[in-house]
Design a protein around this ligand. Sequence first.
Ligand SMILES: [Zn+2]
Ligand SMILES: [Zn+2]
Length: 352
Amino acid sequence: MSEMMRAAYLPGNSTVVMRTVPVPRPGHGEVLIAVKASTICGSDIRCIYHEHLGKGPEGYQGVIAGHEPAGLIVDAGSGCRRFKAGDRVIVYHISGCGVCNDCRRGFMISCTNPVYRRAYGWQRDGGMAEYMIAEEKDLIALPDSLSYADGAQVACGFGTVYEGLEKIGISGNDAVLITGLGPVGLAAGALCRKLGAQKIIGIDISSERLDLAVRLGLCDDVLASGPDNAAEVRELTDGYGVERAVDCSANAEARAMAIRATRKWGKVVMIGEGGSVTFQPSSDIIHDQKTIYGSWVTSTWRMEELVERLVRWELHPEEIITHRFSLEQAGEAYALMASGRCGKVAVCPGGN
Ligand SMILES: [Zn+2]
Ligand SMILES: [Zn+2]
């Protein structure tokens, strides 16, 4: 194995800088992973790529970018208890202290220890490199029937969506509205399909994204974003509205519309980050007995559960990857993701 490797950094002016840096060595309880696939997240674009806007958990500290990696363990440090060289793994994208209440629930995303809570690609080196160090406790086993590109999307994208859908519960009783058909919205469509949703309605401003959702069979009906969306959704549901709504848009109008297009006793989950929303508590939720949930990422145990389900369902998250790039082309990959004219974008350092 060579001593040096290539790695991508995000200086915050809508460019990517490639550097040659030493291959790190795993310490106690850590593994060295040969990164095979590393997907780009909307939050990388929103908080890092254009400008370093994030604070606290979203503060980028100039590390190797990329928080959605999957790869092959090539070396394990002392003290590893489960994983070893040769294991295929997904990295849960935030490393927590492991012993606070949130970490004990598996939600290292919410770790309350400011010293030990460090997200890969934000506060510690991430997956946009040939190799990365990860803590063993942050790893999820990747079954052979799932590709590395499938795995890369489990942590942040599909895991985040699955958590939100489990909170509101999706079944064959439900018509589901998805606002925002970027990679997260497409993942919501794919998972709602497997969870048995009776009808899936998607809304987006981008005709490319609406077309992609239909072409992939992830929505039954798609609507171009507009002022009549709530009425259009009601028309598609015999006048009642949907039982479940999933906001992946982070757009104020879309969120308010999703609440109004949800029927009595229905449930709404908000996953899209940032922005705001205005609604009338009495007429929009109280009198119709509706519930609104917020959902942030997922837990390590739920991620393991999702991986098991993906195998059972023969669902391959890589189907929503529309573009793949080599590591040296990371600049092109981020620029495309920032344009929004794509599904999910993957960087594959292994060249696969
Ligand atoms: Zn992400
Ligand atoms: Zn913790």
